[in-house]
Design a protein. Structure first.
Length: 347
């Protein structure tokens, strides 16, 4: 890592801190992680260089980290920043709709990945070797740079790897979700995405890697606690997936008012219908089913999987749950951040 990046990390971490959080150290997943993934890919071996407290990126992301940090922000951008599986896509679609007058017909014309692109996923160099469909499906940083304003941009990077002027320049919605449901959702994501190479592993196995901070975009707690510490910044809106499940209207109102995009009652009704799990999971511009056609997703499973709070109860053994509880407790001991995890959500 360059000295410059290290300095920026430290400066960014120092800003807006209310409670001490662990210092990040940047580690990229070693090259072996990008070797052809197979059923027998050894997850532990592939992640051998990641250490507790390290922030895990692919070598591809690692190579471009300076570019992310130096990305040019515009004051009319709206960013959705999250740890993976926290309700990113749901919130991206909400933010895009709010900014675009709730025009569902316009939304259908292009995939969400094009309308509200993912900052760090696709680089120009790998787009050249990607199938043609992929190049329209996923823009690169260079493409995002040329997008018309107002842009909606998604990132899973923690704030210290994003431009240091992000919060002082534009609005950012940060969404958090309880760690137990994130583990379950991320486990299924790893099984669904061919590139994650985890099709053979068990949930327990995955949960252990997650708690040891050895999964892409981990560590989970420092990511979320850093945003929590910044939550009083006027340009940051910190919301919870569980609140969106309980009272979507209330959260839409919050986001709309934060973005300065008040809704008519008619548009609110349309938007709430549009964002319902049963509708979003059938909406081809949002549901990622295209990944199965292009071939980067396995045929079994779905990106829009269950959309519930408390699904972890269907997956964790009592023993695994005890270990996760202890891990959660130790990570939250010094903070006032709390999650709803017990909610049995009915649609
Ligand atoms: N409308 C709506 N209502 C409720 N839940 C929803 C909705 N849209 C997406 N989801 C659920 O969000 C999970 C995917 O999270 P992300 O979008 O953050 O994934 S990613 O990080 O961008 O890959 C994933 O959660 P799980 O179903 O628990 O796996 C999605 O189903």
């Amino acid at each position: 890592m360059s000295q410059e990046v290290k300095k920026m990390q430290e400066e960014n971490l120092d800003k807006g801190k209310e409670k001490p959080i662990p210092k990040f150290e940047f580690h990229s997943i070693p090259e072996t992680r990008t070797a052809p993934f197979t059923e027998n890919f050894n997850f532990a071996e592939g992640l051998a260089l990641s250490e507790p407290g390290g922030f895990v990126l692919t070598p591809e992301f690692g190579r471009h980290v300076d570019e992310f940090i130096n990305f040019k922000i515009r004051k009319d951008d709206a960013w959705v920043v999250t740890f993976p599986k926290c309700g990113t896509t749901w919130t991206q679609e909400m933010v895009w709709m709010l900014i675009n007058n709730c025009d569902a017909e316009l939304a259908k014309q292009k995939p969400l990945t094009v309308r509200a692109p993912f900052l760090e996923v696709t680089r120009v160099e790998n787009m050249e070797s990607a199938p043609p469909e992929m190049t329209t499906f996923m823009p690169s940083v260079e493409v995002i740079d040329k997008m018309h304003s107002p842009r909606v941009i998604k990132s899973h990077l923690p704030f210290f790897l994003l431009p240091s002027n992000l919060l002082d320049t534009c609005k950012v919605v940060y969404v958090a979700r309880n760690p137990k449901d994130v583990i379950v959702s991320f486990y299924h994501h790893h099984k669904l995405m061919k590139m994650q190479g985890f099709s053979g592993g068990s949930l327990e196995n995955f949960a252990d890697f997650f708690m040891k901070d050895q999964v892409i975009f981990c560590p989970y707690f420092p990511h979320i606690l850093d945003a929590w510490a910044k939550r009083t910044h006027p340009n940051l809106l910190f919301i919870f997936y569980e609140d969106m499940k309980k009272n979507l209207r209330g959260e839409v109102e919050k986001v709309a008012s934060f973005l300065g995009k008040p809704l008519t009652e008619e548009n609110m009704t349309k938007l709430l219908e549009h964002l319902k799990f049963e509708n979003i999971s059938k909406n081809e511009s949002v549901n990622f089913e295209i990944g199965k056609k292009i071939g980067f997703m396995n045929q079994d499973g779905a990106f829009m999987r269950k959309g519930k709070t408390g699904d972890w109860k269907n997956h964790f053994s009592p023993e695994l749950n005890r270990r996760i509880d202890a891990w959660v407790e130790s990570n939250l001991a010094e903070t006032d951040l709390r999650f709803e995890m017990e909610l049995e959500q009915q649609d």
